[in-house]
Design a protein around this ligand. Sequence first.
Ligand code: ARG
Length: 439
Amino acid sequence: MPEIRRIVLELLAQLGSSREARQYLKEFSEVDEARFAVVKVGGGILESQLEELASALAFLHRLGLRPVVLHGAGPQVDRALEEAGIETHRVDGLRVTDEAVMEVARPVIYRQNMRLVEALEERGIRARGIQHGVFRCDFLDREKFGLVGDITSVDLSGLDSAVSSGALPVVTCLGESASGQVLNINADIAARELVWAIQPHKIIFLTPTGGLLDRDGRVISAISLDNDYEALMKEPWVHSGMRLKLQQINELLSKLDRSASVSITSADQLTRELFTYRGAGTLVRRGEEVRVFEAPDEETLRQVAGRVEQSFGRTLRDDWVVTLNQPLVLLSESMRAAAVVITGADGTPYLDKFIVTPDAQGEGLGAALWQVLRARFPRMYWRARTSNPVAGWYFQQAGTADRRGGWIVFTVGVDDPLERAALVEDALSRDSGWEEEAV
Ligand code: ARG
C-alpha cells in the first residue's frame, strides 16, 4: 500500500473504527473513478469555508477518489452587482440576467472558480477549473430571463479528461447556447443535470447548516424517502425551503441507482460523513440498503448478536458467535434488521436468526431484508416458536410448514419430502444459542 494511503487510513481510523473507514474506502473506490461523487458547493461556502473545503477535497484526492465539484457564486455575484449599482431581479427564483448583469457576473464566477482551484493546488492537489463546455443550453425564455440557460445536454468529456489525468474537476454553473453565447444556469438545476449525466454513487451538498434540520433545529441524521417522504411533507414544521429541497432530492434520486445516496453536510464534516457509519449530516436515500457480509468478522457478529438479544429480550451465550457454521450476515444500514444464515444439514442454508427491531417494524425493512435473503438463498429452512408473533408472516413466506410441539419448521425451495423430513428433524435438534437453554 502506498505510504500516503496508509497514513490517510490511520487518520480515518481516528474518526470511527478503521474497519468503517476501510469499508467505505473500498465501497467508494469500487465505483468508476469519475462516478464516485458530485459535490455541490454553494457560493457562500467558498466565502466562509474555503480552507475547510479545500482540505476535505484534498483529503479525498489523496485517497485516490476524484469527486466532481460544482460550485455556485450567488452571494459574490449579488455583491458585485450591488457595487456596480445594478439591481438584482429574480423571477420564479431565477436571476434575470441581462447583458449588463452577465458582464458583471461572468468574471466574478471565474474568480470563484479560480479561488477553489488555487486553494487545492496550494495543497499540492491537481485541480482543473472547467468554466465552459459542460452544459449545452437553449435560452430558457429570453424575454423573461435574458441570458439564462435551459440545459439540453451535458458533455462530460472535459470532466473525464481531468479525472483521467488525476485532476479534480471544478465546474461552474455556466453554459453555452449552440452559437456560443454564455448563459447563466441556476445552481440547483445545473447540479441536477450534472448528477443525472454522471450517475454518481454519492451526491454531496455542502451547506452552512450541515444537514436538514428537524423542528428543534437539530440535524436529521437519515431520511429514507420510501418510508419518510410522505410523512415529512405533511409535517407543519417542514417549511418551504426544506420542502423544496426534499422534493428536489426525491426527483434527483428517482433517476439514479438505488444504491446512490445524498449527503447533506458541511465542509468540515465531510470526511466524517463519508467514512463512518453514523456520519455527520443528513443522509437521504430511497430505501435502506441491505448489506451482505459473506464472511463476517467477529466484531460484526457480536454487533448482530447484540441486536438479536435486544429484539428477543434474551441473552445469547458468549460463545454463540464462534460456534456458527460458516455464517453469512445480512444487515440493514441502520442495523435495525438483520439475518444470520449458517450452513445446515447437507449444506442447505439454515436461517438461524432473523430480526427486525420494534422501531423499524412497519417500515417495510423486514420485507426488504427478506427479499435480499430469498434472492440469495432459493433454498433454506428455519424454525419459529408457535408463540412467535412473526410466525403468521413466515407461513406466508414459506413453501412448507411442519408443526411439532411448540415449534414450526419452515422450508422454501425444498421439494423432496424425504429431504424435507430430514431438515425438519435437523431444525428441531438445533441449539438456539440462548443462554438458558443450552442443548
Ligand atoms: N458513510 C456513509 C456514507 O457516506 C454513511 C453516512 C451516514 N450518514 C448519516 N448522516 N446518517 O454513505
